[in-house]
Design a binder for this molecule. Structure first.
Ligand code: ZN
Length: 114
């Protein structure tokens, strides 16, 4: 039970983060008005949500960015990497608390894996 609760929380956090990153990317790269994504980015976000909902390793992993289990298809992986590369740095300024929390979790995960 505890495990399920934790997975749910992780899924929610992961969705929250990916949504922020894609919004930031779209806003800067595709010059979209606030809060609305272009079709391409909306599709990518839906795809990412779907991956998170169906993640087979959600209980053990931290976040998709630090996961060895590649569940994205090639095309989507390239897209999401581009978004993460762009938004990763900028997230520190826009959402420092969320980003630092994420960094800590990623580090914890990497340390545990050793
Ligand atoms: Zn876009």
């Amino acid at each position: 039970m505890e495990c399920t609760m934790d997975s749910k929380r992780k899924q929610t956090e992961e969705k929250h983060l990916i949504s922020k990153m894609i919004h930031l990317y779209c806003c800067n790269k595709h010059a979209q008005k606030h809060k609305s994504l272009c079709d391409e980015c909306r599709n990518l976000l839906n795809y990412a949500y779907d991956r998170i909902d169906n993640c087979p390793v959600i209980k053990t992993k931290s976040f998709c960015s630090s996961c060895a289990h590649n569940c994205y298809n090639n095309e989507r992986r390239i897209q999401i990497k581009r978004v993460m590369r762009f938004s990763g740095k900028r997230m520190l300024f826009h959402n420092p608390i969320v980003t630092i929390k994420h960094l800590i979790k990623t580090l914890e995960y990497k340390i545990k894996k050793r």
